[in-house]
Design a protein around this ligand. Structure first.
Ligand code: FES
Ligand code: FE2
Length: 359
């Protein structure tokens, strides 16, 4: 029988209307994930984060810079250009800009002419745990706002896999999908959990934590456990904890002791959301493996990198279908609100609204 849940401290604000939630902006004063480290090579990379067109480039020392993606000369995108040493060169007339956004070279300048005094907007950017994080808000606040880390990315006992999410839907649909574990039937053979029961919720102005009791199809404790990924007959349901957290603006979940999943958000605009889904399997149960040389363990970690990518991509495809249907239905009738039985959803909506209204 389903037990009543307990709800701990919450945000002292009235619930926003569903229409307001679906049009809510992001709180820019947070760190968002705009690329996976490997995507940024020696070529500039164009990204869009909540309507802002931004170009990333890596200088000759490997450091990442983020500038507005607009040449001040004729307003074309700098991301069409190329990296020259520590500078980014516009493709059109070859003006060059450094990481502070200053124009440092105009190739056809005469002796009597001076460099233009134009400075592009720059963004605080960090490269950490396999991803590039960008702070689109007030740069003065960037150092005081914590960045959600992924300590498992480099940890030798975790195997990482990731896939991208690109959906024509507001980011609230994605986070609600991730926080509502009652949608396991959508995933059929791909699902990792079953029979969830929401046990309790904690919420605050910065996060929502929903704790479910559930059963897991997977247990990673034997060398052949990986076969469970491909052979449904090897799966056996076992009781486990399933904890999901909206740590604004990102998501993190823990399934039993073997799995952790993150969803790193990059909302593009009110009807388009990109994100990275990052999955970690723990090798913590393999005690004999831990006695082997670190070099070998690193080799195993690297060889198994992205082993679960196909599984993740399959899950994402199913979820995207649902979210885009929800977005279409919302646009057709913005005031319509369906019945909702999972209280985690209203907590998530309050948090989205609360964050967007912060100064
Ligand atoms: S438009 Fe960029 S250099 Fe002219
Ligand atoms: Fe899902």
């Amino acid at each position: 029988m389903v037990q009543p849940i307990s709800i701990a401290a919450s945000i002292p604000k009235p619930a926003p209307s569903v229409e307001a939630v679906r049009r809510t902006a992001i709180n820019s004063n947070h760190w968002y994930v705009v690329a996976q480290s490997r995507e940024l090579t020696d070529q500039p990379l164009a990204i869009v984060l909540w309507h802002q067109q931004i170009v990333l480039y890596r200088d000759s020392h490997g450091s990442v810079h983020a500038l507005e993606d607009r040449c001040p000369h004729r307003q074309v995108r700098l991301s069409h250009g190329q990296v020259q040493g520590n500078q980014l060169e516009c493709i059109y007339h070859g003006w060059q800009f450094n990481g502070t956004g200053a124009c440092v070279d105009v190739p056809y300048l005469t002796e009597k002419q001076r460099l233009p005094n134009c400075r592009l907007r720059t963004y605080p950017v960090r490269e950490q745990d396999g991803f590039i994080w960008l702070f689109p808000g007030d740069a003065a606040q960037a150092d005081s706002i914590p960045l959600l880390g992924l300590p498992e990315w480099d940890h030798i006992n975790y195997i990482a896999s990731y896939t991208t999410i690109d959906t024509q839907a507001h980011f609230s649909f994605l986070i609600e999908n991730l926080m509502d574990m009652y949608h396991g039937r959508l995933h059929d053979d791909l699902q990792a959990w079953a029979n969830p029961v929401l046990r309790d919720i904690e919420s605050s102005p910065i996060r929502v934590d929903a704790h479910y009791d559930a059963e897991s199809y997977y247990k990673i404790d034997k060398i052949y456990s990986v076969g469970q990924l491909f052979i449904p007959a090897m799966r056996k349901l076992r009781p486990t904890n399933l904890d999901v957290s909206y740590v604004y603006p990102h998501w993190r979940s823990v399934l039993g002791s073997d799995f952790k999943i993150y969803c790193l958000f990059c909302p593009v605009n009110a009807t388009h959301t990109k994100a990275y889904l990052v999955h970690f399997v723990s090798l913590g149960a393999f005690h004999r493996l831990h006695k082997l040389p670190v070099r070998f363990r690193r080799f195993v970690k690297n060889r198994l990198f992205n082993a679960a990518r196909g599984l993740l991509a399959g899950l994402v495809e199913q979820d995207v279908l649902m979210m885009e249907d929800e977005q279409r239905a919302f646009e057709a009738m913005p005031q319509r609100k369906g019945p909702e039985f999972n209280p985690a959803i209203s907590k998530v909506q309050q948090l989205i609204h609360h964050q967007a209204t912060q100064p």
